[in-house]
Design a protein around this ligand. Structure first.
Ligand SMILES: [Zn+2]
Length: 121
């Protein structure tokens, strides 16, 4: 196993967002794959993202969907364009607006540790 393949993201228990890129065609993507989804190259590179980005879309949840999420309302569900060139979904502060600069932290949410966007300073 190569060194870059050992990078772990938040879905594997690390406080990190990892993404992949293709040296052959320069495509960048978020969901881990063994090959480039653009050109099929079988040697994608894995990287750790900075966690910096901007809000692309936002909606505020004011009514908890489950008893476990009741303590979190109100919160935003965001689409965030990260600086490295790919988009993720994250929870965040309810006062975030489109175009705001954010930084990703990791916080517990209904029993999981998930990406959480806060306004970048
Ligand atoms: Zn490619």
């Amino acid at each position: 196993m190569s060194e870059v393949a050992e990078l772990k993201g938040w879905t594997d228990g690390a406080d990190a967002i990892v993404y992949q890129s293709c040296d052959a065609c320069r495509y960048i993507w978020y969901f881990h794959r063994a090959f480039c989804p653009s050109c099929g190259d079988a040697s994608p590179q894995t990287h750790r993202a900075s966690g910096r980005g901007t809000v692309y879309a936002a909606t505020v949840v004011r009514r908890a969907a489950t008893p476990e999420t009741k303590a979190h309302v109100p919160y935003a569900i965001l689409l965030v364009d990260l600086a490295e060139g790919f988009r993720i979904m994250a929870h965040g502060n309810a006062d975030l607006n489109l175009g705001d600069s954010i930084a990703i932290e990791f916080r517990p949410f209904a029993g999981l540790r998930t990406p959480y966007a806060v306004r970048a300073v």
